[in-house]
Design a protein around this ligand. Sequence first.
Ligand code: AMP
Ligand code: GLY
Length: 422
Amino acid sequence: MKILVLGSGGREHALVWKLRQSPRVSAVFCAPGNAGIAQLATCVALKVTEQAALVQFAKDERIDLTVVGPDDALAAGIVDLFQKNGLRIFGPTQRAAQLESSKVFAKEFMQRHGIPTARSGSFSESSEAQRFCRGASYPLVVKADGLALGKGVIIAQNPWEAGLAIHEIMDARKFGDAGNRVLIEEFLTGEECSIHALVDGKNYLLFPSAQDHKRALDGDQGLNTGGMGTFSPAAKLVTPEIEERIHREVLVPFIAGLEKDGLDYRGMLFPGLMITADGPKVLEFNCRFGDPETQVLLTRLDSDLVELLEATIDGRLADVQARWKADAAVCVILASGGYPGSYASGKPIAGLDHVADGITVFHAGTKRDGDKTVTAGGRVLGVTALAADLPTARAKAYAAVEEIAFEGRQFRRDIAVKGLTA
Ligand code: AMP
Ligand code: GLY
């Protein structure tokens, strides 16, 4: 089989790494890829937005299966276009991917189908949103409806902050059309976890739990990022009782909702959940693999990923099972200094040649420059360790981090601390 992966981050490196291990796979291509992916796959100089050219490439190369990494490609309808051209592709259609690309669409879906989530209101006029905020209690969460590179969610502590957020999103159009509508919702307290489940339209297959660290600095301080590190399993937070509630209160009603709404969802479903005192509540749906959740999840996966993706596309998830290592995995992101703000690129990376046993270094923002690998993005590398338990995996990941250097290297020192038992 020939496989094409779309995207260029650590998630895509992990996908390529795992897909390459399948005995059924003869070649892997990645568009556009990065320096780490280039060691495992043939990189193709096409962006995920160059849809027509990607279709042509898949036809010319006789690609058997395309796997979509990022949300913007799904929102732009890449799956629909591949399907129209008779090409096999993993991911939900544009209509189904609205569960991620429109927060109002997702909220209405959850409300219709009784999936627990924060109380909220949606507004298409900024004056109405402003009026609502004047009488509300705080903190309050203001969200741009559409995709905004993870920056469209503002936690407002008072009416002034909420008003400014609404103004920036709806009047100044900071995120363009993503700000045509806003969702204003109740602030939830609790701890967050990342749930992944393959969904084939009628059935789902739950992956192990994971937790991300979204803030830039230790102790969950600083700005929101794409994710500074992950670990799996998140056994301390997602206890068997909480997992049972996630099945019963989120995933079962999700599948029933698809059927009632006539929505054919096939792909990865990644709900971000807040585990509150009242149980799990959905903060958002993502219609793709998480980044850097994928790095720890696929490190723990024993089964052939190709089989799981094909079963999802063909509606056969009820007939397959996934095998997982009992080991724990920890991924520490090394970022460029200044991320998620502005940062420099092109810094040579040292220490990539001798990586210890049980460590995989997934590349994100890297590229080749002559005979060197250099930084080329905010998140640069995901140093991922697998070990018998979480404390050991954590220690191994940080020991490996010390071996890798580049100017401005920035990382959190407390990844997975919240997963350790007291
Ligand atoms: P979202 O893109 O909707 O997941 O929001 C991004 C981040 O904002 C989440 O991971 C949470 O940390 C935070 N967040 C979103 N909605 C809420 C909420 N209702 N209450 C508290 N925090 C929230
Ligand atoms: N790590 C969170 C995400 O992929 O959205």
